[in-house]
Design a protein around this ligand. Structure first.
Ligand SMILES: *Cc1c(COP(=O)(O)O)cnc(C)c1O
Length: 347
């Protein structure tokens, strides 16, 4: 149908625009290991300000950012409380146990949300028999749950529990700005209950690479050592940070378009025979499509869509995942819906 596929596999498939490339080419740079890259310093300061934290640290990826945070907060043998579907547990190659020697205490909950009561119930007593509970990790928006927003009220309840037990909290905010745009709650408000936050520039914000870890000055000074050990101390990376700064300036407000496109796709797909979408779970730019009603496996459905130029990822349990982003237009969403309809008709 179309020559270029409509790529809904992830918001990481976006390519930098000409304007972003120009900003990268024009970036002032220096050796960031000496702290002398002005563009990296500007990006770190800009995000620290937006998130209301003292300092920031540029990272090669969201995984590196989360894992540096994990290592900075914990000792080998410690335990981290998180949702069973967390990125930090499921999608980071087992880095938590491999790099930091931590285990995870997994909590279940709808839409990626866990409650303060659930968190309190799994905090370990002081005893030589148990691992030491060292960190609470939350994710907002929640990837595997379908881009869902973690309610701020419940985050604050969990913070009270964390304070009572003297535990730090980390936010995997890879898509924090999607939550900001979808709710109107500002980034610093979302960030306030957390000791550390990781946010990605290379998802919906459209930069080719980069994440930033935010926290107190003391925390970031420790994280600097860990990042070096993890091989993440880089040199003239202002060319990359410039893409991040461009993204913060130009690509946040437009996330609303991605959310509108995701809403349209979700409603449209949900009306097509064989497909179903839990519309209550569509908050931002990710939609989870249950294809069990087609009588085909998710892999078979994925293959048929791909043959007709619509790319999605399989997500297990009979689900496909579609993600909208700045390289997918409203017109292309309508075209994708036509392809879903044709697959439903041809069986
Ligand atoms: C994408 C993502 C990350 C980081 O992924 P990288 O590919 O390593 O940049 C972390 N957490 C969540 C929730 C994500 O979606």
């Amino acid at each position: 149908m179309t020559t270029e596929p409509i790529d809904l596999r992830s918001d990481t498939v976006t390519v930098p625009s000409d304007e972003m490339r120009q900003a990268m080419a024009a970036a002032e740079v220096g050796d960031d290991v000496y702290g002398e890259d002005p563009t990296v310093n500007r990006l770190q300061a800009e995000l620290a300000e937006r998130l209301g934290k003292e300092a920031g640290l540029f990272m090669a990826s969201g995984t590196m950012s989360n894992q540096v945070a994990l290592k900075t907060h914990t000792q080998p043998g410690d335990e981290v409380i998180c949702h069973r579907w967390s990125h930090i547990f499921n999608f980071e190659g087992g880095a938590g146990p491999a790099m930091s020697g931590v285990s995870f205490n997994l909590v279940d909950g709808d839409y990626g949300v866990i409650t303060a009561e659930q968190v309190e119930a799994v905090i370990r007593p002081d005893s030589i028999h148990y691992p030491t509970t060292a960190l609470i990790n939350l994710e907002n928006t929640h990837n595997k749950a379908g881009g869902t927003i973690f309610p701020l009220g419940e985050i604050r309840n969990i913070r009270k529990v964390a304070d009572h037990y003297g535990l730090p909290m980390h936010l995997d905010g890879a898509r924090l700005f999607n939550a900001v745009v979808a709710t109107g709650v500002e980034a610093h408000q979302w960030a306030e209950p957390f000791d550390s936050i990781s946010t990605c520039l290379s998802k919906g914000l459209g930069a080719p690479v980069g994440s930033v870890l935010l926290g107190s000055k003391e925390f970031i000074e420790k994280a600097l050592y860990v990042r070096k050990r993890f091989g993440g101390a880089m040199r003239q990376v202002g060319v990359l940070a410039a893409a991040g700064l461009f993204a913060l300036e130009n690509n946040i407000d437009r996330l609303a378009d991605d959310h509108a496109n995701a809403g349209r796709l979700a409603e449209g797909v949900n009306e097509i025979e064989g497909f179903s979408v839990d519309l209550n779970g569509v908050h931002t730019n990710i939609i989870m499509i249950d294809v069990t009603g087609t009588g085909m496996t998710e892999e078979a459905v994925r293959g048929r869509l791909a043959e007709r130029g619509v790319l999605l990822n399989t997500f297990g349990r009979g689900f496909l995942r579609a993600v909208t982003h700045l390289n997918v237009s409203a017109d292309e969403i309508e075209k994708a819906l036509e392809v879903f309809e044709r697959i439903a008709e041809s069986g």
